[in-house]
Write a protein that binds this ligand. Structure first.
Ligand SMILES: [Zn+2]
Length: 287
């Protein structure tokens, strides 16, 4: 429990791809023009690379000389997973993501960061809330993966956004992450378009403060609120088993250019699908 609490304490900064580490990649267009940012553990998404996903469990952290054993922990459910609307482990339960969600239509973006692994938009957790099992979680940030990390009924999407909500009291062992898929379209997603040009194309050691930028956050959710949920892990090192995912089944749309801009800056950034462990329950919720 202490371990989980400790891991959660670091979650605001570390979930998915938001740790203080950052490095440039050599697999995207602008790497040669970016200055390498150091100061943390090095890992990447390249299959077969010594720093790639299959070796995350062995990579030493430059900060504390420990390794990321949870990335290779076969006793805890790792994320992402392949989600299917029917099949073993899928049960129907009452839908919650309606009145339990209080996102602002004018949510203030506090900062933006390219951490070398993803683009992250930071928020004041007090401004946007999600209630899970009676506990309020605040939206700390959202970030993006391209292609998607989870798959739905075997389909991989071009883009997946993770909205990371943390328990303000720090007593809950899990963060609540809403995942939204995006299809590719001709037109820019208007909400993403408000911040996309503001992200740095090179990795930054720290977030850049922004002022005067607000997002209509509910527009970053589909109208259909059916979702699947399960308890899983961070999808980046340290891969801690501290995330409750809520994966919306209806996708939104983003333009090919928007997806390309992200990948040009950080490369492909999706962790491979992880096996679903015996005993893991994946629940589907319908409004
Ligand atoms: Zn993520």
């Amino acid at each position: 429990m202490k371990y989980i609490a400790g891991a959660l304490a670091a979650l605001g900064a570390m979930i998915c791809a938001c740790s203080s580490d950052a490095e440039t990649h050599d697999d995207h267009a602008d790497a040669a023009t970016c200055v390498t940012v150091r100061g943390g553990p090095l890992w990447n998404y390249s299959a077969g690379d010594p720093l790639g996903p299959s070796h995350w469990g062995e990579i030493a952290s430059a900060q504390d000389a420990s390794v990321y054993p949870d990335c290779a922990n076969e006793s805890q459910q790792q994320s992402p997973i392949a989600m299917a609307r029917s099949g073993a482990g899928v049960v129907a339960r009452p839908f919650q993501l309606g009145s339990e969600l209080a996102w602002s239509t004018a949510a203030t973006v506090q900062n933006l960061r390219n951490d070398g692994h993803t683009w992250i938009a930071g928020f004041d957790p007090a401004q946007n809330q999600l209630r899970v099992d009676g506990t309020d979680y605040g939206l700390a940030q959202f970030h993006v993966h391209a292609p998607s990390e989870h798959t739905l009924d075997g389909k991989e999407y071009p883009l997946e956004a993770h909205f990371v909500h943390l328990d303000a009291s720090g007593t809950q062992p899990f963060a609540a992450v809403i995942a939204v898929m995006f299809e590719e379209s001709e037109n820019d997603n208007p909400e993403l378009a408000k911040i996309w040009p503001k992200f740095d194309r090179c990795a930054q050691e720290a977030p850049s403060s922004v002022t005067g930028v607000t997002l209509d956050l509910p527009r970053l959710l589909p109208e259909g609120r059916t979702y699947m949920t399960y308890d899983g892990s961070l999808t980046t090192p340290p891969c801690s088993f501290t995330v409750r995912f809520f994966v919306l089944l209806e996708p939104l749309k983003a333009s090919k250019a928007q997806i390309r801009q992200l990948q040009d800056a950080v490369g492909r950034n999706n962790r491979p699908i992880q096996p679903i462990l015996a005993g893991t329950q994946v629940s589907i919720h319908r409004p």
